[in-house]
Design a protein around this ligand. Structure first.
Ligand SMILES: Nc1nc2c(c(=O)[nH]1)N=C([C@H](O)[C@H](O)COP(=O)(O)OP(=O)(O)OP(=O)(O)O)CN2
Ligand SMILES: [Zn+2]
Length: 137
């Protein structure tokens, strides 16, 4: 890539994303609702036998593109952080296993693994049509 001469380039902000897939079975159920209320709220997804999804999780970090390395962060390091922090643990079932709660859970784990303020977004594809985004708010 050609480099221009003159003033140094302005600070550039980039977003980089690593995708991780996994399969899991779940049942939507809240311990704070009665059996009847659970059926009412979650419908077929409250079936006691559960059902499975092929989840696709996108972890996006946001940061300055280092002028020397050309990277926001090394994607190989991001990959390792995701593998270590996120998917070798069991999702706590004290909460309903919605994709929203899963996104918050993954956010909280990734926040422990990444440099402060880099983590930008967790995006989960529960199915091709159901997508949840969490940005730590
Ligand atoms: N706000 C949320 N709503 C629902 C969630 C969730 O995580 N957050 N999850 C589900 C279920 O997990 C369910 O598996 C999804 O059901 P559905 O949308 O019916 O998905 P299908 O693939 O069966 O739908 P098709 O459109 O027929 O392909 C429900 N709600
Ligand atoms: Zn489901």
């Amino acid at each position: 890539m050609a480099e221009s001469s003159g003033n140094p380039p302005a600070e550039r902000i980039g977003y980089i994303t690593r995708v991780q897939s996994f399969s899991a079975c779940h049942r939507l159920h809240s311990l704070r609702l009665s059996d009847e209320e659970n059926k009412e709220v979650y419908g077929k997804c409250n079936n006691p036998y559960g059902h499975g999804h092929n989840y696709k999780v996108e972890v996006t970090v946001r940061g300055k593109i280092d002028p020397v390395t050309g990277m926001v962060m090394n994607l190989t390091d991001l990959k390792r952080s995701i593998e270590i922090r996120t998917f070798h643990q069991t999702f706590l079932l004290s909460l309903p296993s919605t994709t929203e709660n899963l996104a918050v859970y993954i956010w909280d784990n990734m926040a422990k693994a990444l440099p402060a303020s880099l983590l930008y977004e967790i995006r989960i594809h529960e199915t091709d049509k159901n997508i949840v985004v969490y940005r730590g708010e």
